[in-house]
Ligand binder design. Structure first.
Ligand code: ATP
Ligand code: MG
Length: 238
């Protein structure tokens, strides 16, 4: 695990492996945010509240939020959306995906650089994606405000590491669990015709489901490739 001493021993000659923020954010919200139901709205509204809190409060220069939920439920995309909506002058994603092959010290260096850059801006937002795989930050210097959005599907691991208390608040991201919510996604994607949608609606109405939006989008994309006559059965079988 990364600790303070790792920062001190961090290498000097590591180039940060990050693209420009704008490109990065497009990547994380590539498939958009489908508003499939109240749970999605709640996450975005809670996010907006925290953004306002950071902007307007003088007492809370550092606000930290943990966006947690099952794998593939849409945590990273929602965190990126909150950060995008914030309109903060500095927004950055700090992700283990961007640090594959880095040794610990290099990871520390890359993370430290993001935070140092953030502290140069009066108002910043950093997403620490899959936060249990990274971590460690300090308070911003005076006059600087920072929103840290961590994401995780391993709340249990963070709890074991006694790290949950690091966060001012926790936002839960839900899987899709109602037929109606599933249908909202399918309708918004414009892949299925009315007849297919009706059949699917009947079959899923009132049923309990458990599905992350990430996997659902992949399955719908597969359905799009299939022959019309085959696809409704297959997509339901999934
Ligand atoms: P992992 O557990 O693998 O980290 P994740 O929970 O972070 O996954 P994302 O990587 O954010 O999930 O994937 C969600 C995908 O679904 C993204 O491509 C996003 O654009 C798309 N998406 C569509 N609608 C929504 C929504 N309402 N909420 C979140 N993501 C959505
Ligand atoms: Mg993620």
């Amino acid at each position: 695990r990364i600790c303070q001493s790792d920062f001190i021993h961090a290498l000097d000659d590591v180039k940060p492996a990050f693209g420009s923020s704008k490109e990065e954010f497009e990547k994380y919200v590539a498939n958009g945010i489908i508003n499939w139901g109240a749970p999605v709205m709640r996450v975005l509204e809670d996010g907006d509240l925290l953004v306002s809190q950071v902007k307007s409060s003088h007492k809370t220069p550092l606000v930290t939020v943990l966006v947690e939920g099952p794998p593939g439920s849409g945590k990273t995309a929602l965190a990126a959306k909150i950060a995008q909506n914030s309109d903060f002058p500095f927004v950055k994603v700090c992700s283990p995906e961007n640090m594959i092959g880095f040794h610990e010290a290099a990871k520390c260096q890359a993370i430290k650089k993001i935070f140092d850059d953030a502290y140069k801006s009066p108002l910043s937002c950093i997403i620490v994606d899959d936060i249990e795989r990274l971590l460690d930050y300090k308070s911003p210097p005076s006059g600087r405000k920072l929103l840290v959005i961590g994401t995780t599907s391993r709340k249990d691991v963070l709890q074991e590491m006694e790290m949950l208390s690091v966060f001012s608040t926790i936002i839960h991201v839900s899987n899709i669990s109602l037929g109606e919510h599933l249908m909202s996604v399918l309708e918004s994607l414009e892949v299925f015709g009315d007849k297919e949608l009706n059949t699917l609606a009947k079959k899923t109405s009132g049923k309990r489901l458990w599905m992350g939006v990430k996997k659902l989008l992949v399955m719908v994309e597969m359905a799009r490739q299939m022959e019309d006559s085959h696809r409704i059965l297959n997509s339901y079988a999934c």
